[in-house]
Ligand binder design. Structure first.
Ligand code: FAD
Length: 445
């Protein structure tokens, strides 16, 4: 029997572990440096009784394995029809912006329509994400939404990013539909893979993964920070002084941190991993002693009057997210990077001011704030930067030659397959590949 070690009890590692348990496999261990499971998809309940996620997580699935995982882990869910909005020019318009900009001032509508009309004439080809935006949407939509919003999310200039990851992540424009929406003054909010979604009744997003803690028992070792790997002896060393060995290693830790831990890694591989581009994030939760004033789910903020790119009425996702119906919560997300540094004080104070600037709250609502909860993570978005796939090929080819499968949001570093459902499925497929030589379908390099 091969000994399988899984690094990271995030969705990837837990998906792999769940599959191993389904198959009745016994010789495996999951390690994580945290004292909790779920990784970036974990949730935390504060002393006031608010539950906070690490950013707004919307569960949608492409896979039967994930559906079955969810059904097993979360017997009770709350279903939602998406209510997502964009705050622009002092008003909310329905998301996506490109289908609903006709609710803006007439001169802006004209700029966006003319931009769309001229887009492919003026920008016939593209070599990066910035040019792709101009090519697909034209200058109007680019100026009012696409460029500023994407910089806020990725904290990386769009000129440094590729456009190959787009697929279902960005709604591209159908000119006939845009014109029909304008003429009919129609709200068009139906686009996208997550127009309806379910949310765990209990425990926030993390409620989907926390049951695995009990299920894994002795197979789970928390508070073990991996610090070095000997790929020849296949030995792992943790900060506790403990060691373990493996035949196959499944990694969910970020490649830029994981690769340098490997002894004797070739320079080209080390260099490729070092060059991976990412954004980190501040997730600022604000809890109010007030009934929720809105039935919105989440909102996008492209403008510079607030630091966040997205705010979620998290307490609308489940009645158990806030202490009771006389309280509600907002979850605000801010990205940071070397191109866009943010400090803790900026994150908190500018968020509160941004909530006022964007009229989500008024100055006097500050008195109703009963909880602020700030989470920071170094790695939140794996940026699809130009040259990413070349570097991934160098890194993954070498890792696989050493019996290491690196997958998941930052272990695989492909945003286009970086959601929870992808990660859980990648964990399953890694196990099926190791034990049954099955070909993976989600992650390709
Ligand atoms: C702001 C934000 C919004 C998101 N929104 C959505 C959404 O709407 N829908 C959706 O499906 N997904 C969303 N996601 C993505 C979702 O969180 C990820 O898909 C998922 O968490 C990835 O799982 P993973 O196991 O690959 O990685 P992670 O969750 O990052 O887990 C990796 C684990 O490895 C551990 N680890 C790292 N280094 C070491 C070490 N040296 N030693 C031991 N352990 C280590 C970490 O502690 C962590 O627990 C969002 C993520 C963010 C950040």
């Amino acid at each position: 029997m091969k000994r399988i070690v899984i690094l990271g009890a995030g969705p990837l590692g837990l998906g792999a572990a769940h599959r191993l348990q389904q198959l009745g496999y016994r010789d495996f261990t999951v390690y994580d440096k945290n004292d909790y499971v779920g990784g970036l998809a974990a949730s935390f309940t504060d002393d006031e009784g608010f539950t906070w996620d690490i950013g707004g997580h919307v569960i949608f699935s492409h896979y039967e394995f994930f559906d079955a995982f969810m059904a097993e882990m979360v017997p009770e869910t709350v279903s939602h029809g998406r209510e997502s909005w964009v705050w622009v020019q002092d008003r909310f318009i329905a998301y996506p912006f490109q289908n609903n900009f006709h609710f803006l001032e007439k001169d802006v509508v004209l700029e966006c329509v003319l931009g769309l009309h001229e887009a492919q004439l003026k920008f016939p080809s593209y070599t990066n994400f910035h040019e792709w935006i101009l090519h697909c949407f034209g200058e109007g939509i680019a100026t009012y939404f696409m460029i500023p919003y994407n910089f806020k999310v990725w904290a990386t200039p769009a000129e440094l990013m590729d456009s190959g990851w787009i697929a279902e992540r960005v709604s591209v424009v159908d000119m006939k539909m845009v014109l029909a929406n304008i003429v009919g003054a129609k709200k068009d909010a139906s686009w996208g893979p997550n127009s309806t979604f379910d949310f765990p009744l209990r425990g926030g997003t993390g409620g989907l993964f926390s049951p695995m803690r009990g299920r894994l028992g002795r197979h789970l070792k928390l508070e073990r920070n991996l610090i070095s790997i000997d790929p020849e002896a296949k030995r792992l060393r943790f900060d506790t002084g403990e060691e373990d060995s493996y035949d196959m290693l499944v990694n969910g830790a970020p490649l830029d941190l994981f690769v340098p831990m490997i002894e004797g890694v070739p320079n080209a591989v080390r260099e490729a991993a070092r060059e991976m581009v990412f954004a980190g994030g501040w997730i600022v939760g604000v809890g109010f002693r007030q009934p929720c004033p809105s039935d919105k789910n989440w909102m996008y903020f492209p403008e510079s009057n607030c630091p966040f790119y997205r705010v979620t009425y998290l307490s609308n996702y489940s009645p158990l997210i806030a202490p009771d119906k006389d309280h509600y919560s907002l979850l605000c997300e801010i990205s940071e990077s070397k191109y866009k540094p943010v400090t803790h004080d900026e994150a908190l104070e500018q968020t509160l001011q941004g909530l006022i600037n964007t009229r989500l709250i008024s100055e006097s609502d500050r008195d109703a704030i009963v909880s602020t909860h700030v989470i920071r993570r170094d790695h939140t978005y794996p940026v699809p930067f130009l040259g990413r796939d070349d570097r991934l090929r160098v890194v993954q080819a070498w890792l696989e030659s050493k019996d290491i499968l690196s997958r998941g949001r930052f272990g695989g570093w492909k945003y286009e397959v970086g959601n929870m459902d992808h990660s859980v499925q990648m964990g399953k497929e890694a196990v099926d590949r190791i034990l049954e030589a099955k070909k993976e379908s989600v992650y390709e390099w």
